[in-house]
Design a protein around this ligand. Structure first.
Ligand code: SF4
Ligand code: SF4
Length: 243
């Protein structure tokens, strides 16, 4: 019997016979496609709980596998292996090893939230993707991803000044990830921006890059956010039994 959703099965789990005849019937090629039998014995029974305990993962249990998230996903459109629905299934079943086969894809969510708007169960799949990537990182399965490096740079700047200055964030992000500042796309974008940006706004942005303004009376908020981040980090580590 042909497999209609062949794209959802990993190629190494499929066997196809180029030449095969059964009871006098030619079943060569895709007519003889079989899925390899497999036995899963090493579940991580706490996996759903672990991901649910990280920020964004709280509603993973609501998923009913309708695939609306994957259908609208921006990254899935470019790479069909990026499949939030499937990864949520794996996490809920405790199939840790299977999920880790895609560990280098998990962080590639671009946080567009299309999945969140499409989800009929309010799972907030964008949050679940974030929680999964954090989970993989905290457990030592992946290095710090570019996405996490960007978040760290963004957070540090907010904590320090209470403001976001895009130029500084981009510079900091490139430095953290070892990328050169001179990148073709960035030069092109800056040139286009310079052409269309009102002069006063451009001047304001340039001054903000140079002088790093702070939000007035930022001290108390800064201390509260800094405390929260320390508490959150400790809570994440406790949830995954890392201490
Ligand atoms: S937020 Fe992430 S998972 Fe959701 S649609 Fe966008 S890229 Fe896909
Ligand atoms: S759209 Fe929501 S309910 Fe449907 S598979 Fe995705 S997360 Fe699950």
């Amino acid at each position: 019997m042909p497999i209609h959703e062949k794209s959802l099965i990993r190629p190494e789990d499929l066997t196809e016979h180029e030449k095969l005849e059964i009871d006098g019937v030619d079943v060569s090629g895709h007519w003889s496609t079989f899925i390899e039998t497999r036995v899963v014995s090493d579940y991580n029974e706490r996996m759903e709980e672990e991901i649910a305990s990280l920020p964004g993962g709280e509603y993973i249990h609501r998923c009913w596998q309708c695939s609306s998230c994957t259908n609208v996903c921006t990254v899935n459109d470019l790479n069909p292996d990026f499949n939030p629905r499937y990864w949520i299934y794996l996490a809920r079943m405790g199939f840790e090893k299977e999920l880790l086969r895609d560990k280098d894809l998990l962080w590639q969510c671009v946080s567009c939230h299309k999945c969140t708007h499409a989800c009929p169960r309010d799972v907030v799949p964008e949050g679940v993707m974030k929680a999964m990537a954090t989970w993989a990182e905290l457990k030592g399965h992946t290095e710090t991803s570019p996405s996490a490096a960007f978040d760290a740079e963004f957070t540090e700047q907010i904590v320090a000044t209470g403001k976001i200055e895009e130029g500084r964030i981009i510079r900091g992000f490139f430095k953290r990830t070892g990328q050169p500042l001179r990148q073709r796309w960035l030069m092109e974008m800056s040139l286009r921006l310079a052409k269309h940006l009102p002069i006063l706004m451009g001047l304001k942005m340039a001054l903000a890059t140079l002088f790093r303004p702070r939000t007035r009376d930022w001290g108390k908020s800064q201390a509260a956010i800094a405390d929260y981040l320390v508490e959150r980090e400790a809570a994440n580590r406790r949830a995954l039994n890392l201490d």
